[in-house]
Write a protein that binds this ligand. Structure first.
Ligand SMILES: [Zn+2]
Length: 434
C-alpha cells in the first residue's frame, strides 16, 4: 500500500499508545498488550517513554484497519448522494483504513486529472485513505479504452467499469492485455446485460409470486465464465466483484482450481439477506446483482470457509432517500453498508460459529490487500499505523440517523449488532472515534 503519501495535516503523527488491547493480526493473536505508534507507523509492543496520545483500549480488539476494494463515493458530480467528507468519514466509522472508489461518477473517472484531484482532496481530509479505481472504457460507454498508463501514474489502483457490465468481449480482452503490461487488476461487474434486461430482483419463486421482473443467476454465471476465460487468455489479474449466486461462484471456483489468476469478492448484503425481503416491496433491497435465495447465501458462506472467496467488498452504494423512496421499478440499485459491514458479519457469521474471527479479519485485511497487490496489513513494527479498535462485546442497534454517510437508511435498521468499531487510526492519526 502506498502509505508514504502525506496524509492529513503536515505535522508528524503523534506518538500514541493504545493501552491494554487484545492485538490480533494476520500473524496471529499477540495477546493483551500496549500497542505503540510513532510517525505514522507501528513502533512496537509494551514500550516505554512519553506518549503524546494515550488511549485506554482495555476490553477492545486492536487489529489492522480494514481495506475495502469496492466503494462508491459519488465524487465527482453526485455529491447530493455522498461526498468525500461524508463517504470517508463513514468508511472510518466502519473501521476502514483504505478504500477503493469506483469510477461510475459524473463525469466518469476516465481522466488522470480527476484521479489526481480525488487523491489530493481525500488526503487533505485526514480520514480514511482513498485509492481511486479508474474507468475501463471512456465514459463507461464500453467502446474505447481509457489511458490506463496515465491513470495509474495519477494514482489509480484498479481498472473497472463497475455499475455497467462490459458487453463487448473483444474490448474486455484488450483492456486485460493493456492492464497486464501495467500490472493493474481489472475488476468486473459480471452480469450479461442482454439476459438480465430490466430485472429488478432475482428471478425465482419470489419474483414470480410478486410479479416483478427477474434477473436470473445465469446472467451472472455466463459473464463470470467469460471474464474468467479472458483472464486465462490474457494472463490478466481479473477480480470478479460482488459474486452473488451459487452458480456464479461455482464458475469462479472452477477457474481458480485451474490456476487462472482470478480473484473474487462477496458483499455483506449478499451474505446476510435473501430475495424474500422483497415481500415488503421496499426499494432499499434493490441492488445489482440482486439478493438471491437462501441456498445461494448458504453456498456463499460455505465458500468463505473453504477459502474460495478472496475478500469482502462492501459495494457501499449511497443514494438520496428521495431516490430510494421511488417505486421498485424506477428506484436506483444500491444500498449503504460500510458503517455496519464488520458488526453485521461479526454478529451474523462469527458469533453463530459459521466462520472464525481470523477468517473474517482475513477477508477484510490481507484478502483485499492480496487482490490489489499490496503488502499484508499487520501490527508488526514498521507497518503503517492503520489500526481499528473494536468492541466485540457491547450490543447496539443499527441507527441510520447516526450514519456519517449521507445515505441515512439501512436494510438492517434497528437490528442489534455486536462488533462496533470504537476508533480508527489512519497513518497514526485519529480518523474516527465514537
Ligand atoms: Zn457492480
Amino acid at each position: 500500500m502506498p502509505s508514504e503519501t502525506v496524509h492529513g495535516a503536515n505535522t508528524p503523527a503523534p506518538r500514541t499508545v493504545l493501552r491494554g488491547a487484545r492485538l490480533l493480526d494476520a500473524r496471529g493473536d499477540h495477546g493483551v498488550r500496549d500497542l505503540w505508534l510513532e510517525g505514522g507507523r507501528v513502533e512496537g509492543f509494551d514500550l516505554e517513554g512519553p506518549a503524546e496520545l494515550e488511549l485506554d483500549a482495555s476490553g477492545l480488539l486492536a487489529t489492522p484497519a480494514f481495506i475495502d476494494p469496492h466503494m462508491h463515493l459519488r465524487v465527482p458530480g453526485q455529491e447530493e448522494k455522498e461526498d468525500l467528507a461524508s463517504g470517508l468519514a463513514a468508511a472510518a466509522a466502519g473501521g476502514y483504513g483504505t478504500v477503493v472508489s469506483m469510477a461510475n461518477t459524473d463525469p466518469v473517472v476516465d481522466d488522470p486529472a480527476i484521479v489526481r484531484a480525488l487523491v489530493e482532496e481525500a488526503a487533505a481530509l485526514g480520514l480514511t485513505r482513498l485509492r481511486p479505481a479508474a474507468a475501463l472504457s471512456m465514459g463507461l460507454r464500453g467502446e474505447q479504452l481509457a489511458d490506463y498508463a496515465a491513470l495509474q501514474e495519477a494514482g489509480a489502483v484498479m481498472i473497472t467499469d463497475d455499475g455497467i457490465p462490459v458487453a463487448d468481449s473483444h474490448l474486455q480482452r484488450r483492456a486485460c492485455e493493456y492492464a497486464v503490461e501495467l500490472g493493474l487488476v481489472v475488476q468486473t461487474h459480471s452480469e450479461d446485460p442482454s439476459l438480465r434486461r430490466d430485472g429488478v430482483m432475482h428471478e425465482g419463486r419470489a419474483s414470480h409470486t410478486l410479479g416483478l421482473p427477474g434477473n436470473p443467476d445465469s446472467a451472472e454465471a455466463i459473464m463470470v465464465f467469460r471474464d474468467c476465460e479472458i483472464s486465462l487468455l490474457t494472463g490478466a489479474r481479473v477480480h470478479i466483484a460482488h459474486v452473488s449466486s451459487e452458480r456464479g461462484l461455482r464458475v469462479v471456483r472452477w477457474f481458480k482450481e485451474q490456476g487462472v489468476p482470478v480473484t473474487c469478492e462477496v458483499t455483506p448484503h449478499h451474505l446476510t439477506l435473501t430475495d424474500t425481503v422483497w415481500e415488503s416491496f421496499d426499494p432499499v433491497f434493490k441492488v445489482a446483482p440482486p439478493l438471491r435465495e437462501a441456498s445461494d447465501v448458504a453456498y456463499l458462506r460455505e465458500a468463505l470457509r473453504r477459502g474460495v472467496v478472496d475478500c469482502i467488498g462492501s459495494d457501499h452504494a449511497p443514494h438520496t432517500r428521495a431516490e430510494k423512496d421511488r417505486d421498485v421499478l424506477t428506484a436506483p440499485f444500491g444500498l449503504p453498508n460500510i458503517e455496519v459491514a464488520f458488526p453485521l458479519l461479526y454478529t451474523k457469521l462469527v458469533i453463530p460459529g459459521e466462520i472464525t474471527l481470523p477468517t473474517l479479519l482475513n477477508l477484510m485485511q490481507a484478502g483485499p490487500a492480496r487482490v490489489l497487490g499490496w503488502p499484508e496489513p499487520t501490527l508488526e513494527p514498521g507497518a503503517p499505523a492503520d489500526v481499528a479498535l473494536i468492541d466485540l462485546e457491547s450490543e447496539r442497534p443499527v441507527d441510520p440517523a447516526s450514519f456519517k454517510s449521507k445515505a441515512r437508511f439501512s436494510p438492517w435498521d434497528g437490528e442489534p449488532l455486536r462488533g462496533w468499531p470504537k476508533l480508527t487510526l489512519v497513518g497514526g492519526r485519529l480518523a474516527f472515534r465514537s
